[in-house]
Ligand binder design. Structure first.
Ligand SMILES: [Zn+2]
Length: 449
């Protein structure tokens, strides 16, 4: 086909789409019109009716150590993420009829007691099912160290952590790099031992091929136990630039340090980890286990954004060797989300919006979402990143805040797009269904369990 004919066909295809979608043949306008509030008011209640698939969250109670494979180090939290955020009062009012305007003194006790009563009234898995019903989440990811028996497997699908496979050696040097690592690395060691126990592996296997087969068995067993994807938080622990070592190089390092008596150099450890990371990515493709990666700035004062920002992953994501691996960029690369959306040009790369709708206020998240929806609308997925803040403010309140903020920002972004002549209101609702539910569910074959 020559270039002119190709262009002609492309123009006709666009024309067909526009006619079908009822769009007038006019150029989109650069400014929204005065109808934005009306369109917003029409869209929001429709958006609230959409049952959500929450693509990233850490549901559980505050005293449950399996909510995550790592713990939060002391450090600064962004303004809206602090437990002093007054919007959390609104969350407690909406979910529990909280009668006060702050959490001081007895007010906090009221909320703790109210939740304890509800847990009795809704025993076992019924409590969190009731919370999901209240926020209209049909099904959600539980990205946890292990699943909890109080989470209903029909409503919660497990995403398990794989970073611990990167830390089989003597971790003295990597642990003492900074105070954050002193919190993180011992928990990775603990996680690796839990996988070893699960697979009846008493000591590290004799050689690299034995170690790789232990990894594969763990992935397959976790999948059998309901795991739908694997998750890396590797950006917290080391730079996310991955070199491409040979198996021989990784094997030599494994042989040298397997016994744990000597400490690998930083460069040797990175080389070994680069190989394991790529092995896990390939296994994710072979086993149909999508790979979730924390891709945003992170908690803790020592998170190194320039070493671990999402664009460092570009060489891996655009590598045809991983074409059969599905990648989910958890937290959308924030604060580089405007560049990050272009990674979703790859058919196997998806974005997740979790954290962004909490760390940003809806007015700012609206602009992010609009740019995403104007670029690759079928590749963006929603997540709450809910997490139990403390024994008073739990995953419940953060579910509510994430869902409410995202719905409002979504309605606002779509209202502007409608008003500016980019899409119709019918298109807007299709995009909303895609973002809040359909795009993510498609990744898991149309059904996540
Ligand atoms: Zn998370």
């Amino acid at each position: 086909m020559n270039a002119d004919l190709r262009l002609c066909r492309a123009v006709m295809a666009v024309a067909v789409v526009l006619v079908v979608s009822g769009m007038a043949f006019t150029q989109a306008r650069p400014l929204p019109g005065p109808d934005v509030p009306e369109v917003y008011q029409r869209l929001l209640p429709e958006i609230e009716k959409i049952p959500i698939f929450d693509h990233h969250a850490h549901p559980g109670f505050a005293d449950d150590p399996d909510v995550d494979a790592m713990a939060a180090p002391p450090g600064s939290a962004a303004l809206r993420e602090r437990d002093t955020n007054p919007e959390l009062v609104a969350a407690a009012k909406a979910l529990f009829g909280f009668p006060y305007n702050d959490f001081s003194g007895d007010h906090a006790k009221w909320l703790v007691q109210k939740k304890a009563e509800l847990k009795k009234q809704y025993p076992g898995t019924a409590y969190f099912d009731m919370i999901l019903d209240k926020v209209n989440i049909e099904q959600g990811v539980a990205n946890r160290a292990m699943m909890a028996n109080y989470l209903d497997p029909k409503r919660f699908v497990w995403v398990f952590f794989v970073d611990s496979f990167l830390y089989p050696f003597n971790n003295a040097q990597v642990t003492h790099r900074n105070p954050d690592q002193e919190v993180y690395i011992p928990l990775q060691e603990k996680m690796l031992h839990r996988w070893m126990k699960q697979e009846n592996v008493e000591h590290l296997p004799d050689d690299l091929s034995g170690y790789l087969s232990f990894i594969t068995r763990t992935l397959a067993d976790n999948q059998k136990n309901g795991g739908i994807a694997m998750k890396f938080e590797v950006a917290y622990f080391r730079p996310t630039t991955f070199s491409d070592p040979t198996e021989q190089q990784a094997s030599a390092i494994y042989d040298k340090y397997r016994s744990g008596t000597s400490v690998p150099t930083w460069a040797e450890y990175l080389t070994f980890q680069d190989f394991i990371f790529r092995y896990l990515a390939k296994e994710g493709g072979r086993l149909h286990l999508p790979v979730h990666i924390h891709s945003a700035v992170g908690i803790g004062d020592y998170f190194n954004l320039s070493e671990s920002n999402i664009m460092n992953l570009e060489s891996v994501l655009r590598d045809p060797r991983y074409a059969s691996t599905t990648w989910v960029m958890i937290h959308g690369g924030y604060p580089l989300e405007r560049e990050a959306i272009w990674l979703a040009a790859m058919k196997n790369v998806y974005m997740d919006s979790s954290l962004m709708e909490i760390v940003m206020y809806p007015s700012a998240f609206k602009d992010t979402l609009k740019q995403w929806l104007e670029t690759f609308p079928d590749k963006v997925t929603f997540g709450t990143d809910c997490f139990p803040y403390n024994e008073v403010l739990g995953a419940e309140e953060s579910y509510w805040l994430g869902v409410q903020s995202a719905r409002e920002a979504l309605a606002a972004a779509l209202a502007e797009m409608v008003s500016e002549g980019e899409i119709t209101e019918a298109n807007a609702l299709e995009l909303a269904h895609g973002f809040l539910h359909d795009n993510a569910v498609k990744l898991y074959g149309g059904k996540a369990h």
